[in-house]
Ligand binder design. Structure first.
Ligand SMILES: [Zn+2]
Length: 343
């Protein structure tokens, strides 16, 4: 039996790229990609994250095609077919509900490119497109020859290589040296700052992904949270297992996702997932339209974290906070929570 077939694919990939025996594959491969990108940034000095993505795509020889509607898909398919690339006859059928992207090797390279990444940006996949592009780029950075001529990236893949590629893509999509802007390092971060920062550096990224990344890199304690209607974890489990209660549970405004700065937890800024947003909070009042509209759609209030109470009546620790909140569409609200430091 071939010994190579026994080791995990991530380990094999890392070893093929020169990893010493003692190293950890994901960390090694992330650092490997970072080194390449650092060098290209030095050589080509891109000014925004989009320029960085275009630079990296050119260096590894991949053309990125974005599909925003069905017409785009047909146009891309026809364009490559007319150039003798028969594989493109499949792309309309292959880009199904579960598929985020396709990577296709060209029969004949074009403008120095050997591959095309077709990124599905239609409907709900739009929010993920920035990561989808980076995902395909990372595949090619780690495996320039790409054994396969055709590869699909699908939702919720359990494949360890896919999980690793996602992790590296997440690191690179908001390339830290360009994403650390003075805008965020001075003073209290605001929604307006986050939006300016996003537009400047990564207008392609979704607001949620860009804000969460920015807040996770802020130097002062800060927490970004997304709230929307949801059931309690136990209610959801009961529904999932089809044990329907006599009275159907009502979804409440709850914390869906959070991203904290490195020192947020140490400063006491922590709200568990699924925690109910208290009716006294500006976040709740904005979501339920209990407040008058402000011109910029951003609302700020001084609150205390001890307003947050779980179903057993226990509250979060007392901590004076500034809460800034805004809507994102009709389903969720965003909030940034920062501490109030004594003068
Ligand atoms: Zn993939």
């Amino acid at each position: 039996m071939n010994l190579r077939s026994k080791i995990s694919p991530t380990l094999r990939m890392a070893r093929d790229l020169g990893m010493p025996a003692s190293a950890e594959p994901v960390a090694y491969l992330t650092a490997y990609c970072r080194r390449l990108i650092d060098r290209w940034v030095h050589d080509f000095t891109p000014r925004s994250l989009r320029e960085l993505l275009d630079t990296v795509a050119a260096k590894i020889g991949v053309m990125i095609e974005e599909v925003h509607d069905d017409r785009d898909l047909i146009e891309i398919s026809h364009r490559y077919l007319s150039q003798g690339e028969g594989t493109f006859a499949r792309i309309t059928a292959e880009l199904d509900q579960r598929t985020f992207a396709l990577a296709i090797r060209l029969r004949r390279s074009r403008n120095g490119c050997t591959h095309v990444a077709v990124i599905d940006c239609r409907g709900s996949k739009y929010a993920r497109r920035w990561f989808s592009m980076w995902h395909e780029i990372v595949h090619l950075m780690l495996n320039p020859q790409l054994e396969l001529d055709f590869r699909r990236t699908t939702a919720e893949s359990k494949d360890p290589v896919e999980a690793m590629i996602d992790k590296i893509a997440g690191e690179l999509a908001f390339y830290p040296p360009m994403y650390d802007s003075p805008l965020l390092s001075s003073g209290r971060p605001s929604m307006a700052d986050l939006e300016t920062h996003r537009k400047l550096l990564s207008p392609e990224a979704s607001r949620e992904a860009a804000y969460a990344t920015a807040v996770s890199r802020i130097s002062r304690p800060a927490l970004f949270l997304v709230a929307g209607l949801a059931l309690k974890a136990s209610e959801q489990r009961a529904l999932d297992s089809r044990r329907f209660p006599a009275v159907p549970p009502t979804p409440q405004l709850r914390v869906l996702r959070t991203a904290g700065s490195e020192n947020a937890k140490a400063a006491g800024l922590f709200v568990p997932h699924h925690y109910r947003v208290p009716p006294s909070s500006i976040i709740y009042r904005l979501f339920h339209e209990e407040i008058d509209s402000s011109s910029d759609g951003i609302y700020r209030e001084v609150e205390n974290l001890d307003q947050w109470i779980d179903s057993t009546g226990r509250s979060l620790p007392s901590l004076p906070i500034v809460v800034e909140t805004t809507r994102n569409g009709t389903q969720v609200v965003f909030a940034i929570i920062t501490t109030i430091e004594p003068q």
